[in-house]
Design a protein around this ligand. Structure first.
Ligand SMILES: [Zn+2]
Length: 408
């Protein structure tokens, strides 16, 4: 397999999590009696451009044939994050009724609705019908396509280049990152700004976040690598912020290469920090598997200990992270009795691979488990605050990543 960015033959494995079903392949009850398809879940790292990427395999298209869609508006924390971003960037770029904003992967309109409310013209790019329908129903215009060079060229040809193109949590999920980045350059107005947010590879390694790996998450990104991809596409990064979202993300500010804005000190500082951490040192990548294995084994040991002590364990959050952790650990419902989730689209279904039943969060009060494992550890504070009632029967919260830890 060749690197998706620089075409170098990939020699180095970063992480091998065995086989797993697609993380969004939730099962209905009848499907439990049928065979289940799994795919290799392995990451490789390019030792030239340092792009960490999922390994290619045949029948990748099968991943996206599911009818499940994630609705961003389900998370209150994510809605607040989007609103705060819109207010900040509107001020910073002095966006007005004369501006034009494009959001790539606009989902259900959770972000662009803020621009609509402010009277700033905008367009969402979103190929998934169910979420695009939801966005249009609240007045957010949507172009139902995948974003890349072809879509960007059409937008530019029709005079619809943007003052701001934003993509929160989409960059790591695009299969052809070069095509996507070229699209950004084409769809951007001269003097315009690109904002992308993506989980930072440095945090993934430092915080043992191996459960953020899943098939649809194609790229695991450092500033070193993204700078290189931007430059090849005719863009450059002139500023960045570090965000707490998704276990530590970068929000980068990009512009055309000939833009007048100089790069801030934050850009050079982060490149230096990544180099000092070893993101250009193959040994740092080679050491990660053992760290992921330790977290997985410690978590298994915790669950077995609780089982032997006669304690019951449930989990909260039927999302991709939980699927990766449970499938890599080989968990079945003997060690975790059920998972609860606030999203109605997941309730009464079963987790792919582990086949754990997914219930409404009210099941916690009914079954009164001794332990609740919060699978999406990045929103642990929000989950704990909403489900404080488990304390009334002596229940406790625990997370598995970056290490098994009881939350006070
Ligand atoms: Zn490469």
């Amino acid at each position: 397999m060749k690197c998706r960015h620089c075409q170098t033959e990939l020699q180095q494995v970063f992480l091998d999590l065995g086989h797993a079903p697609p993380s969004n392949a939730y099962l209905s009850e009848p499907a439990l009696r049928a065979p289940e398809v799994t795919f290799p879940l392995k990451l490789r790292v390019c030792d030239v451009c340092w792009l960490v990427q999922t390994e290619d395999y045949t029948e990748a298209d099968a991943l996206f044939s599911g009818d499940y869609a994630y609705f961003s508006s389900t998370s209150q924390g994510w809605l607040a994050h989007a609103k705060a971003y819109c207010e900040k960037i509107t001020k910073l770029l002095q966006l007005s009724r004369d501006s034009f904003v494009i959001e790539v992967a606009s989902n259900d309109g959770y972000l662009l609705k803020n621009f609509v409310a402010a009277g700033i013209p905008c367009l969402g790019i979103e190929p998934t019908d169910s979420t695009a329908d939801a966005a249009e129903s609240i007045g957010v215009p949507v172009l139902r396509e995948f974003f890349g060079e072809a879509t960007a060229t059409k937008l530019a040809a029709s005079g619809r280049r943007a003052d701001l193109i934003c993509g929160n949590n989409v960059y790591a999920h695009v299969p052809d990152i070069n095509d996507f980045t070229t699209g950004l350059r084409i769809a951007l107005k001269p003097g315009g700004t690109v904002n992308l947010e993506f989980p930072h590879l440095k945090n993934l390694i430092e915080q043992n976040q191996f459960d953020t790996v899943y098939h649809e998450h194609f790229s695991y990104l450092s500033l070193i690598t993204v700078s290189r991809i931007f430059e090849q596409a005719g863009l450059r990064i002139f500023d960045l912020e570090q965000l707490p979202t998704h276990g530590g993300s970068l929000r980068i500010y990009g512009c055309h290469q000939d833009d007048a804005r100089p790069a801030t000190a934050a850009v050079a500082a982060m490149i230096a920090e990544e180099k000092a951490f070893g993101l250009q040192d193959i040994a740092v990548y080679q050491a990660f598997q053992a760290r992921a294995d330790k977290v997985k084994n410690d978590f298994l040991a915790f669950l077995i200990e609780q089982k032997r002590a006669g304690k019951s364990v449930a989990a909260y959050g039927a999302a991709a992270k939980g699927n990766t952790l449970m499938n890599y650990a080989g968990l079945k419902h003997d060690l975790i009795s059920f998972v609860c989730d606030a999203a109605p689209s997941k309730q009464n279904k079963f987790m792919p691979g582990s086949h754990m039943p997914i219930h409404h969060p009210s099941e916690l009060a009914r079954q009164k488990p001794d332990w609740v494992v919060i699978l999406p550890w990045n929103i642990a504070a929000e989950v704990m605050q909403q489900h404080q009632q488990i304390r009334s029967w002596g229940g406790q919260f625990v997370i598995a990543v970056p290490e098994v830890k009881v939350l006070a």
